[in-house]
Design a binder for this molecule. Structure first.
Ligand SMILES: *Cc1c(COP(=O)(O)O)cnc(C)c1O
Length: 500
């Protein structure tokens, strides 16, 4: 019988049986110890587990089956763009010419690596309508910090020291206000209107000679396109501020519209979202920042340049904000993104956006009207959709969190929940272009089934998940007493403090 992996799987040391081997090594060279000083020699045997090769393979395969990833099934985590990662990306990133070079090597010996960076920059310029990019930032948030630091440097350079406010809509990703605050700005929140887009009147009254800039996501975190973007850009520029584009989720607009043409001065992209690359669990990512010409002297150093014959590192950036990440950023992610772009090509990128948008809207239409779920804002979505489980919570006590947990019982990843903050009991679903119609249908069927359960047998949802290696965890206990090693787990279990 298939054995589902459990949280308390034995450790590999506990599976060990003396004398079992999973390898054959050549005979040791006689007297190898002769050159090794006595005090450095091992006194006891190395404490390694002893297992056969099939036992090792089964153990780690079982552990890997406790996990869920983009290769397991639908992973519609809104705002995260968890799309399929073509395996050729891994092959290219693993190529010895890419994997075995060192960042301190002489420029002449890493022409290929510099070319990869330079070429990626050309693609990103074309896609966004910006004039110059740095590939240095390690992720989206690092890109934002780089971008707002450039805004700061720009105003200081012009002697406009009073510009100490960054405007951020209330639907923004949490990293936006955090990055602005880290760069020393005061954050001013701009409310959304009933359509779920920026309230122009509120924006008008918020701008002043203290405005340094506005950080905007378009389409915003509700998946709604800010169709008054030209007016928004005018308001900000008239006030002397700069317009910053949070392009973490460019999946909706590739080949359709460009932030540079919408009036944005600075943009960051998340290569680890829109341009494939495995992410989650903290990285590694890449958050390139692009700027219009008038800001290029503020970019981090070094930039990668090409003189028609050689690629080289350019440290001559007069007003540079300095470095934001060591060396050249996460190079392997840069390689994957360029591989993805080259394999897709112009037409397929546009098609990817079209299918991503189609999928989000298909799901919206199919789920809309289901008891307990409500659709806030405009119906037409871009790459992602946000439902509210507020009616379900009011009528049955089942919360968005419970819906998310119950989805796991059906072998499906939960959507993002409780974001954006302006939607109560938010379920933020982003299918991406890489799921099939069948997967979308199955997802909606399960969400509809959960709605029926909520009104007939809410307890089964509130106590979910029931079919996973780890059942419902106590959020408060998990935060107060995080179990971060098997020893802690064993001790708590022996004391009877946990029952799983
Ligand atoms: C993911 C995301 C970010 C932050 O990107 P990280 O790489 O996680 O730092 C910022 N803004 C939006 C809209 C995002 O979806």
């Amino acid at each position: 019988m298939f054995r589902q992996a459990k949280w308390d799987e034995p450790l590999i040391f506990e599976l060990s049986k003396p004398g079992r081997v999973g390898y054959t090594l050549p005979k040791p060279i006689e007297d190898i110890n002769i050159e090794i000083p006595e005090k450095l020699r091992r006194k006891s045997r190395l404490d390694l587990p002893e297992l056969s090769e099939p036992e090792i393979v089964k153990h780690y395969t079982r552990l890997s089956e406790m996990n869920y990833g983009v290769d397991s099934g639908i992973y519609p985590l809104g705002s995260c763009t968890m799309k399929y990662n073509p395996k050729i990306n891994e092959e290219v990133a693993d190529h010895p010419g890419v994997a075995y070079i060192h960042p301190y090597q002489d420029e002449r010996t890493i022409q290929g690596a510099l070319r990869i960076m330079w070429e990626l920059e050309q693609w990103l310029k074309e896609i966004t309508g910006m004039d110059r990019f740095t590939l240095q930032p390690a992720a989206g948030a690092n890109g934002e910090f780089t971008g707002v630091s450039i805004i700061r440097a720009y105003h200081l350079d012009r002697g406009e020291t009073q510009r100490d406010e960054i405007l951020v809509p209330d639907s923004a990703h949490g990293t936006n206000p955090a990055s602005a605050a880290m760069a020393g700005f005061k954050v001013v929140e701009i409310p959304s209107n009933e359509n779920g887009t920026v309230d122009l009147e509120a924006l008008e009254s918020a701008v002043s000679e203290r405005t340094a800039g506005l950080m905007l996501t378009n389409p915003n975190t509700l998946g709604i396109f800010e169709d008054e973007i030209v007016e928004i850009a005018e308001i900000i520029h008239r006030a002397g501020g700069l317009l910053y584009y949070d392009g973490a989720n460019l999946n909706a607009v590739l080949g359709k519209v460009r932030p540079g043409d919408m009036g944005f001065d600075i943009v960051h992209l998340n290569l680890h979202k829109t341009f494939s690359t495995p992410h989650g669990g903290g990285g590694p990512g890449s958050g390139p920042v692009g700027v219009k010409d008038f800001l290029k002297d503020f970019l981090p150093v070094p930039l990668v340049d090409y003189d028609g014959e050689h690629y080289y590192l350019d440290y001559d950036v007069p007003k540079s904000i300095g470095k934001v990440k060591e060396l050249y950023g996460n190079f392997a992610v840069i390689v994957r993104a360029l591989t993805y772009l080259k394999i897709m090509g112009r037409e397929s990128l546009r098609e990817a956006s079209e299918i991503a948008v189609l999928n989000a809207n298909y799901l919206t239409k199919k789920l809309k009207g289901t008891r307990g779920y409500e659709l806030p804002g405009k119906e037409l979505r871009k790459h992602e959709t946000v439902f509210s489980a507020e009616p379900m919570k009011k009528e049955t006590g089942v919360r968005a969190l419970d819906v998310a947990k119950r989805l796991l019982d059906f072998g499906m990843h939960a959507p993002t929940i409780y974001f954006p903050l302006i939607v109560h009991e938010a379920l933020m679903i982003e299918p991406t272009e890489t799921v099939s119609k069948e997967e979308l249908d199955a997802y909606v069927d399960v969400l509809k089934g959960i709605s029926e359960e909520a009104y007939s047998n809410p307890e089964i949802i509130k106590s979910a998940p029931h079919n996973t290696a780890i059942r419902r965890v106590d959020d408060v206990l998990a935060a107060k007493k995080p179990i971060i090693s098997w020893r802690m787990y064993r001790e708590l279990k022996e004391k009877g403090e946990i029952d799983y």
